[in-house]
Design a protein around this ligand. Structure first.
Ligand SMILES: Cc1cc2nc3c(=O)[nH]c(=O)nc-3n(C[C@H](O)[C@H](O)[C@H](O)COP(=O)(O)O)c2cc1C
Length: 376
């Protein structure tokens, strides 16, 4: 079974290649009656887009969404929603030389061995251009989650290389300590305004050196009610990990305190409950694979960009040694543009899980008074 569809009840199928005529998606299972217009997509697509600052790839795509079906008189009809974005700034000549080469750290070799035929232009289907459609589909999910449940999904850059936000304690309280206006007002989605100039200098020096660097993004979903998640194999944390890991260049996903739990004691880690609220949120808002009503917290590790203008020795499709020099336009740190993509995957998982919970357990209601989220 091919792997281009995501979700069970809110099922998103994406299609298209980086330098093909267009990219698009079909969303099946969307509830009817959600108000949607082409303009609704602009904000999140601009947050993900290249070429908006000097710190990202200089490809300039208009990213205008055409709604082809599933919306009538401004509202979803419950029928498949098809969204299309035409590629307007593909420069395929940049890739002519490397069509027969395997760029290290890229999907070229693996795609070639698997399919025996591939579109090398701009990375073809393996390019992060595809993630544009995830962000577009998630605009609808975010809108529904906010309208129905007051759920808000937001992310920020929590590390670039060795630099971490200084003036913000990102600890377990997560969202409570983030000034989201600061995050949205700088090109790095960085929560500490006092460090933006330092990051600009760091990125300028990195770009000049021709090298790249990794990054970490944290995502917080507030307002998630208790009960979302489908044990055993559709646990909320399992689906979030899978969804976030499906993003290009992701090498690690943590839920709650993640790998820090290894050195914690249970007396610290277990999140004590009182009728007034949870005393902490080490678990990241998920217990037994089901949301607890606390903020859902995830952390995502992005590897450094593989395409560098620094030459490297590699291998071509004939197995011969070649020198590979990557031209084209690239992100020196792919994590910078990935915040809206991580938010999108979290929103798509939550939307799907909300519908699945409603389908099976919609009649259960709340059997015990809800424990407030507490320290979030
Ligand atoms: C937002 C975003 C932008 C990216 N831009 C680039 C890029 O400009 N150059 C590059 O070499 N890789 C880029 N990547 C990463 C590649 O798509 C990815 O490393 C490659 O397809 C191999 O897949 P893998 O790293 O998941 O194994 C980007 C990833 C993301 C999420």
């Amino acid at each position: 079974m091919a792997g281009n569809t995501f979700g069970q009840l809110f099922a998103v199928t994406t299609f298209g290649e980086s330098h093909g005529p267009a990219i698009g998606c079909v969303i099946d299972g969307c509830p009817p009656g959600i108000a949607i217009a082409a303009e609704d997509f602009a904000h999140d697509l601009a947050r993900r887009a290249t070429g908006r600052t000097r710190h990202t790839s200089q490809r300039h795509e208009a990213d205008e969404v055409e709604i082809l079906s599933g919306v009538y008189e401004g509202k979803t009809t419950g029928t498949p929603i098809a969204l299309l974005i035409r590629n307007t700034d593909a420069r395929s000549k940049d890739y002519a030389k490397i069509a027969e080469q395997f760029r290290p750290g890229h999907a070229d070799y693996a795609y070639w061995q698997k399919y025996g035929h591939r579109d090398p232009r701009g990375g073809g289907r393996s390019s992060a251009r595809e993630t544009t459609m995830r962000v577009a589909a998630a605009v609808i999910a975010k809108k529904w989650l906010a309208a129905k449940f007051d759920v808000v999904v937001r992310g920020y850059l929590a590390q670039i290389g060795d630099i971490v936000p200084r003036g913000v304690d990102l600890g377990e309280a997560g969202a409570a300590r983030i000034d989201w206006n600061v995050v949205e007002s700088n090109p790095f989605f960085w929560p500490d305004a006092s460090q933006v100039a330092e990051l600009e200098d760091y990125m300028d020096a990195l770009r000049k050196s021709g090298d790249s660097v990794g990054a970490r993004i944290d995502v917080v979903a507030e307002g998630v009610p208790p009960g979302w998640g489908e044990p055993i194999y559709g646990k909320l944390d399992a689906e979030l990990a899978s969804a976030l890991m499906s993003i290009n260049a992701v090498k690690g996903v943590e839920i709650g305190d993640g790998f820090a739990v290894v050195s914690q004691h249970g007396s610290l880690h277990r999140d004590r409950m009182t009728p007034q609220g949870f005393a902490s949120n080490h678990a990241g808002g998920i217990l037994g694979g089901i949301s607890s009503g606390q903020a859902v917290r995830c952390s995502v590790a992005f590897k450094p960009t593989s395409s560098l203008r620094l030459p490297v020795q590699g291998v071509d499709v004939h197995g011969e040694v070649v020198e590979i020099v990557t031209t084209g336009r690239h992100d020196p740190c792919v994590g910078i543009r990935a915040t809206p993509i991580c938010e999108a995957m979290v929103a798509l998982v939550l939307m799907d899980q909300a519908l699945r919970h409603r389908a099976q357990c919609g009649d259960v209601g709340e059997v015990t008074p809800r424990i407030p989220a507490g320290s979030e």
